[in-house]
Design a protein around this ligand. Structure first.
Ligand code: NAP
Length: 318
């Protein structure tokens, strides 16, 4: 790891997105890297691995720590990246307020890392947009980054460690294109984005492939056979809308993490597969910069290449 250069603190640097970001930053070699972890996680083997690579470990909890402690945690930080657990979006306010008090020129990247949805459609996206508004009120230099849908959860249970049960559902006609990214490639883009003056106060969209759900499932069948299809279920657009409406009512009544999770799953599916929001043309029309245009030298994979890679299958033409 670099011993000079800007200091980048990754809050949530031990999570799924965070690990990809930290790996990308270390590979890039131009940053000093620090990771925030909670006291309960400080002795985990992964923290020891990071420390052995020269990553500075800072201990704290953005939910329970007060302003003074957060100010201490943020000392010396030039770039602050948040990739925390999605249930903590609102807690980032304290983090960014403290960041401004430490260094009003710190460049912040809040916890987005998701699909594109316009405002007013998806609760979790609106919660993240409220954080954008707060960052702009504070006047902090920023970059917002979305990544589309992870390739790892695009077809049901087909990637070890990513057995998300909601991925077993085929939504509506499955005919809306949506952008996907290999979770493990996010960090390669992030390392370039945060040093790039063109992305200052901009929104960048990272993506590797774009396909419909019907195409994704056909790809998985080509690569892995069709046995898994028997366990899948179909949900129509009307059923999904009904499900989202019910979860929204529950969330209004009791905005806890369980109701947010149910609502998030239904609204993600509705936005991606029925409305067709999460495609690169729509995101660019809404103002996103295309990471593949900014960094054409970063190698990307198609969804089929990704599936063959994780399952050790040869390319069809090789
Ligand atoms: N695009 C997609 O397909 C997709 C899929 C899933 C998630 N996402 C989005 O990606 C973002 C990150 O989610 P993820 O699933 O990658 O995260 P995750 O794996 O749930 O990571 C959680 C991280 O948050 C940290 N954390 C938890 N509580 C904390 C606290 N109180 N104070 C400080 N740190 C705390 C944990 O740190 P320690 O355990 O080290 O303490 C851990 O590093 C979210 O915004 C989510 O919506 C996108």
């Amino acid at each position: 790891m670099a011993t000079s250069g800007p200091l980048v603190l990754v809050v949530g640097g031990t999570g799924r997105t965070g690990k990809s970001i930290v790996t990308g930053l270390l590979k890039h070699g131009k940053f000093r890297v620090a990771v925030l972890t909670r006291p309960v996680s400080a002795n985990k083997p992964y923290i020891k691995e990071l420390a052995a690579k020269g990553v500075e470990i800072r201990i704290g909890d953005i939910s329970t720590d007060g302003h003074a402690k957060l100010v201490e945690i943020l000392q010396g930080v030039d770039v602050l990246i948040s990739a925390i657990y999605a249930g903590l979006i609102h807690d980032q306010r304290k983090l960014f307020a403290a960041a401004k008090d430490v260094n009003p020129n710190v460049r912040v990247v809040p916890d987005d890392w998701a699909t594109y949805t316009p405002r007013g459609i998806r609760q979790l996206a609106d919660d993240k947009y409220a954080i954008h508004d707060y960052i702009e009120e504070l006047g902090l230099p920023h970059t917002y980054i979305d990544v589309g849908w992870w390739m790892q959860i695009t077809v049901p249970g087909k990637v070890p460690g990513f057995e998300l049960d909601t991925a077993w559902t085929f939504y509506g006609d499955g005919d809306k294109k949506f952008a996907v990214t290999d979770l493990n490639h996010i960090g390669d883009f992030v390392a370039r984005i945060i040093e790039d003056p063109r992305t200052l106060n901009q929104w960048v969209y990272i993506w590797e492939d774009e396909l419909t759900q019907a195409e994704a499932w056909a790809t998985a069948t080509r690569v892995l056979g069709s046995g898994w299809l028997q366990e899948t279920v179909q949900v129509s657009a009307d059923e999904l809308l009904q499900r989202a409406t019910e979860f929204r009512a529950k969330y209004r009544e009791n905005p806890d993490l369980t109701s947010l999770y149910g609502l998030a799953v239904a609204e993600y599916a509705y936005s991606i597969h029925i409305r067709g929001d999460n495609n690169i043309a729509t995101a660019k029309a809404a103002g996103a910069l295309d990471a593949r245009e900014l960094y054409p030298d970063i190698r990307v994979s198609t969804f089929e290449e990704f599936l063959r890679r994780v399952h050790g299958k040869r390319e069809e033409n090789s």
